[in-house]
Design a protein around this ligand. Structure first.
Ligand SMILES: [Zn+2]
Length: 99
């Protein structure tokens, strides 16, 4: 029973956090209730991901977070970016290139 109470508490917290960040309350409620601690952390981290400045790998063109030192696709070492792309959250619907 205690577990259910904890799961519901985390579910509510995760759902509220998710909702504040413009995502689905139900989705984050479920995630946080199923995996209480990690779900809530994921809901909190979700926005930081989207608010990160980004840049494009000069070799393969993949969009990576600006703080990454290595491209996760091709392994290219990335210097400090000359120009940053706006965070994903600031540019909804911007075309992303995957290839
Ligand atoms: Zn790359």
């Amino acid at each position: 029973m205690a577990y259910i109470a904890i799961a519901v508490c985390f579910g509510l917290a995760g759902g509220v956090v998710g909702r504040i960040k413009g995502s689905s309350f139900c989705l984050w409620f479920l995630i946080s209730a199923i995996v209480p601690v990690f779900g809530l952390l994921a809901a909190i981290a979700y926005r930081f991901e989207r608010d990160e400045p980004r840049r494009q790998c000069p070799k393969c063109g993949r969009i990576t977070p600006a703080h990454d030192a290595l491209c996760m696709r091709c392994g290219e070492e990335l210097d400090f970016p000359e120009h940053l792309l706006p965070p994903e959250s600031a540019a909804p619907g911007a075309p992303t290139h995957a290839g």
